[in-house]
Design a protein around this ligand. Structure first.
Ligand SMILES: C[S@@+](CC[C@H](N)C(=O)[O-])C[C@H]1O[C@@H](n2cnc3c(N)ncnc32)[C@H](O)[C@@H]1O
Length: 323
């Protein structure tokens, strides 16, 4: 993660009139690379007037009790606002329509401290404790799970790849792995981001020499490789789909987990079906409840539907590979 100095970041302010969307969007912006996101709620009767697109702002302002939320994201300069909005719009199409304003960050604040304070240790699922490189101390209580057993610890580099563990879809996948990883399982994590899921699977007993993380983003692959070394999983392979082509030939995995967006999950269905052994399991996440039926329709011929889990409107659906 680059040194958090004020001039390395800018604020991107989106004015949204649907509070539920602004909350979900703020989680998603963090995962897309924003280093912090705050929500500023106000209404037209006594709030401040929204800035940005004048016509929309005026229309919103005219409604007497309409609650408006500004989603204010602190974004590294290297992430273009347009690219950020396009990525967010694949899940929340409305962001292409809302007023957006860019602002400099306040250089009088201690950003190193502010950014680091925003990444505190996280407890995920039943057994995982995620720490960030500067979390040198964690409370004794967070080291133990509900049964008093030591939690699995992973250190993750935040900021350059999706997958700090904060997002509900990552948490849904982590819990699914807790249910299904067996000693020696072969796990494929397709859309691995920071590598959190396949690394957690290995710590739960999967075979690192026969498990793989794949991502189209070369930056994410570089981050995941560094994370693997940091977490004593040096043998674990992370690769782009092209690099992985020969690795995956003839390979069949016991578990395939994929936390990508709904359209990509649909597109990749034939590929995923060929990568899971008969009786093996698949878990698909990264979609909102409204998209689940359409995604699962692409898998129903090859997988028996087994389970589905929901957290904050995000869904994980899983199945067992038929013959
Ligand atoms: C939502 S993140 C998931 C990261 C991590 N697995 C987690 O659960 O937190 C999705 C990841 O999928 C990657 N991705 C998107 N489309 C892909 C594709 N067609 N093939 C492989 N990876 C893809 C993105 O670059 C991103 O890192």
């Amino acid at each position: 993660m680059p040194e958090p100095k004020a001039d390395r970041y800018r604020l991107v302010r989106l004015t949204i009139s649907d509070t539920a969307t602004s909350e979900l969007l703020s989680e998603y912006l963090l995962e897309l690379g924003a280093v912090s996101v705050s929500l500023e709620a106000h209404n037209s009767a006594h709030g401040k007037r929204p800035t940005g697109d004048a016509a929309l702002a005026a229309e919103t302002w005219a409604r007497p009790h309409w609650t408006i939320t500004d989603v204010v994201a602190m974004v590294p300069q290297e992430i273009r606002t347009e690219a950020l909005l396009q990525a967010a719009a694949t899940v929340f199409p409305e962001v292409m329509e809302v007023p957006v304003v860019e602002q400099p960050v306040d250089s009088s604040r201690d950003w190193v401290r502010a950014v680091r304070e925003s990444f505190q240790p996280l407890l995920i699922g039943e057994r995982l404790l995620v720490r960030f490189p500067w979390n040198t101390e964690v409370s004794v209580r967070s080291l133990l799970d509900g049964d008093g057993k030591e939690r699995v610890q992973l250190t993750i580099e935040p900021g350059a790849a999706f997958g700090t563990g904060e997002h509900p879809t990552t948490q849904l996948c982590a819990r699914w792995l807790e249910l299904h990883v067996q000693p020696g399982s072969r796990v494929l994590d397709y859309g691995s981001g920071s590598g959190i899921l396949v690394m957690y699977a290995c710590k739960l007993g999967a075979d690192p020499a026969r498990s793989v993380g794949i991502d189209i983003d070369e930056e994410a692959i570089a981050v995941a490789k560094r994370d693997a070394v940091r977490n004593q999983l040096d043998g674990l392979v992370f690769a782009t789909p092209d690099e992985a082509e020969h690795l995956l030939q003839e390979q069949r995995f016991d578990l395939l987990v994929s936390n990508i967006l709904a359209p990509t999950l649909q597109e990749l269905a034939p590929r995923f079906c060929s990568l899971v052994r008969t009786g093996g399991r698949i878990a698909l996440s990264g979609m909102l409840a409204a998209h689940t039926a359409a995604v699962w329709a692409s898998y129903a011929a090859d997988f028996h539907l087994e389970e589905s889990f929901v957290q904050d409107e995000w869904v994980l659906v899983s199945g067992i590979r038929r013959r």
